[in-house]
Design a protein around this ligand. Structure first.
Ligand code: NFS
Ligand code: SF4
Length: 645
């Protein structure tokens, strides 16, 4: 028992781990015990990018050996880190590209199941891209917006349009360093080239290059994904929903969507709600169709439709182990090959849908935007047919409520109202100390650390210390399961200043801002805080920070890198991939400060991580001259009378 409890802070996961043992099923929690890791890999000092290698440099004696080509520890470590950035950027950006393609098809009338649902957002994005609005048809504008976004991938020269949204001072920094991103594909390709055998051998130069590529993700690929998804599927507004494995229903057909692109999951939502599908489900003896999500695609349909979330990335195998899932529909990214293994032993169908991502033990039903709803209906229909094949079902009896769907647009509206939308109240609350700072807690789960535990501890501690927390990805799901995304939490945990702000506005102290591409929303919100005034002229001056306490993905490294290059102090947990090279680590943790006016940091211990974040925030407050916390004065009748005299 004790050993189970050390694996996860999530009760339903522990319950399913016990079941996995009984059923003799293997999960990531077992495999992580078998994979002992390798000291070279962990230090970032193993190079296998050419066939003279693999070459490994002993982290304990970094100066004593070199790769066959002569590459030293610094070069090898910097290259490996940069290649993680390239991998992460490519994943976010290829997702963004798919959304742009779909918008173009929708605007041309070639993908009739998709529409322009958020016209206001379309017009805002059009204005930012210098697309003429006039009295043009909405589809014409959408087509040009889609084409402009598409062109950002192949753009060879000049500055990326969305990156123009950054504060002026930040753009000057990028220009002076030569890292203002050009086209997204160009930056990814160039970084892959520079880190090829025998090219860039100056670790500093490699790490500056990595920043440029990451910026093309945050202010490019990811931002295209978020903005165009809002245009087609609506910008989320706060919505109440449920989370955790208990959202699966014993007497219904359970369909779980897992992956990243709402292009697919939005259609599954539509198909599952069709009366003909509901009737079909009843005909096979089910009470209906229950749709739930895993990982980021879950966040997409959670924030737009209130669809329940079954769990985060480490719960994908747990969801299958309930025996209650008729189909798990996947597209791209973060899909464990282990789910195929489990599904092979039970009735669940794994349905792959992207030509980019097939897997053993899965059915492949290729998704095409021009026949989106028809294909979604076929998939839902096959899930219903599978209901009769169910075996023993064991669904944990636990769900938690949450509010999700916050973003720049809503912050603007909730603080200022429809007619005078503004960040003023937020900035004022930060300036007068009711909000100490704003912290992004983002990223994945990783079975190398106790599942969910660090997210929850870090977040709880941050709000208890007066910070407003904004979250995305699987981190958001961890904290929601722990019940921290409810408004009443503010008064229970937060100091008076923060709970008063939360209660006045009607928000929880922890704001769910969506999926991982939606980290671009946090860049926009930081920029809006700068523009509102009173907190400096650049993002690096804000009392804000970012962290990814349980990260695992290359995408997380790309996100961290674009946050740092945008001026946000960012701390990662678990382990750090450049520790083999003192120079590379110092460059990222200290000397990036000379370049980007903030740095990376690493801290595996949750309490120390919070300590580092708070002292960073306090130092920024000090620099802004707002460190003295003003006492709140309550006006009583006597004071009012005095005023009137
Ligand atoms: Ni983000 Fe989303 Fe989760 Fe990590 Fe994977 S789902 S894109 S990478 S694991 S947070
Ligand atoms: Fe070894 Fe150099 Fe080839 Fe890397 S590039 S594998 S260090 S020879």
């Amino acid at each position: 028992m004790a050993e189970f409890e050390e694996m996860s802070a999530c009760e339903t996961t522990l319950e399913m781990l016990k079941k996995a043992k009984e059923d003799e099923q293997e999960t990531a929690f077992d495999r992580v015990q078998q994979q002992k890791g390798c000291a070279f890999g962990e230090a970032g000092s193993c190079c296998r990018i050419c066939n003279m290698g693999p070459c490994r440099i002993n982290p304990k004696k970094p100066d004593e050996s070199r790769g066959v080509c002569g590459a030293n520890m610094d070069t090898i470590v910097a290259r490996n880190f940069a290649r993680m950035v390239a991998g992460g950027s490519s994943a976010h950006s290829d997702h963004g590209r798919a959304v742009a393609e779909t918008l173009i098809m929708a605007a041309k009338g070639e993908a009739v199941d998709y529409q322009i649902k958020d016209r206001i957002k379309l017009l805002e994005v059009a204005a930012d891209l210098d697309v003429e609005i006039g009295d043009r048809e909405i589809n014409d504008i959408a087509l040009e917006v889609g084409e402009r976004c598409m062109a950002m991938f192949g753009q060879q020269e000049g500055e990326l349009a969305f990156a123009q949204r950054a504060p002026e001072k930040r753009k000057e920094i990028w220009r002076n360093l030569g890292v203002f991103p050009r086209g997204i594909d160009r930056e990814v390709v160039e970084l892959m080239h520079r880190t090829h055998m025998g090219v860039d051998q100056d670790y500093e130069n490699i790490l500056v290059g990595a920043a440029r590529t990451a910026l093309s993700d945050g202010w490019g690929g990811s931002m295209i994904g978020t903005e165009l998804q809002d245009i087609m599927f609506e910008t989320p507004v706060p919505i109440e929903a449920k989370i955790d494995l208990g959202v699966l229903e014993e007497d219904q057909v359970n369909i779980v969507v897992h992956g990243h692109e709402p292009i697919l999951s939005e259609m599954i939502v539509l198909a599952a709600n069709l009366p003909e599908m509901q009737e079909k489900a009843e005909r096979v003896g089910a009470k209906g169709i229950n749709l739930a999500g895993i990982c980021c695609t879950a966040n997409e349909i959670l924030t737009r439709h209130g669809i329940p979330v079954a769990g985060n990335v480490l719960q994908q195998e747990m969801a299958l182990l309930t025996g209650a899932v008729e189909a798990m529909i996947v597209d791209v990214q973060c899909i464990y090959q282990g789910i195929g293994q489990i599904a092979n032993c039970i009735h669940t169908d794994i349905i792959t849908t992207s030509p980019k991502a097939k897997m053993p033990y899965a059915k492949h039903v290729e998704f095409h935007e021009d026949r989106a709803l028809e294909i979604a209906k076929d998939i839902v229909s096959s899930a219903i047919d599978n209901f009769k094949n169910r075996g023993r079902v064991a669904i944990p009896d636990k769900t938690e409520a949450l509010i999700a769907g916050f973003n720049h647009e809503y912050i603007n509206y909730m603080l200022g109202g429809k007619f005078r939308a503004s960040y003023r109240p937020l900035n004022d609350a930060v300036i007068d100390g009711r909000i100490r700072g704003v912290v992004g807690v983002v990223g994945c789960n990783n079975p190398r650390v106790k599942h969910d535990d660090i997210h929850v501890r870090v977040t709880r501690e941050l709000i208890a210390n007066g910070c407003l927390v904004v979250m995305t990805g699987c981190a958001a799901q961890s904290v929601a399961k722990a019940g921290l995304m409810l408004p009443e939490v503010a008064r229970e945990i937060c100091p008076q200043g923060l709970w008063e702000v939360c209660e006045a506005v009607g928000i929880p102290p922890v704001l769910h801002c969506g999926s991982c591409v939606d980290n671009s929303r946090i860049l926009i919100a930081c920029t809006a805080m700068v523009h509102e005034g009173g907190l400096g002229d650049d993002i690096c001056e804000l009392p804000v920070a970012g962290c990814a306490p349980e990260w695992m993905s290359e995408k997380a490294i790309s996100i961290g890198e674009y946050f740092v290059a945008s001026g946000v102090y960012t701390v990662f947990g678990v382990s750090w991939p450049t520790l083999g090279s003192k120079n590379v680590t110092e460059y990222l943790f200290e000397r990036y400060n000379d370049l980007f006016k903030n740095t990376w940091d690493f801290e595996a211990d949750p309490e120390k991580m919070v300590g580092k974040i708070l002292s960073h925030i306090d130092s920024k407050r000090e620099a802004l001259g707002i460190s003295a916390k003003r006492e709140r004065v309550l006006y009583d009748m006597a004071m009012r009378r005095e005023l009137e005299i």
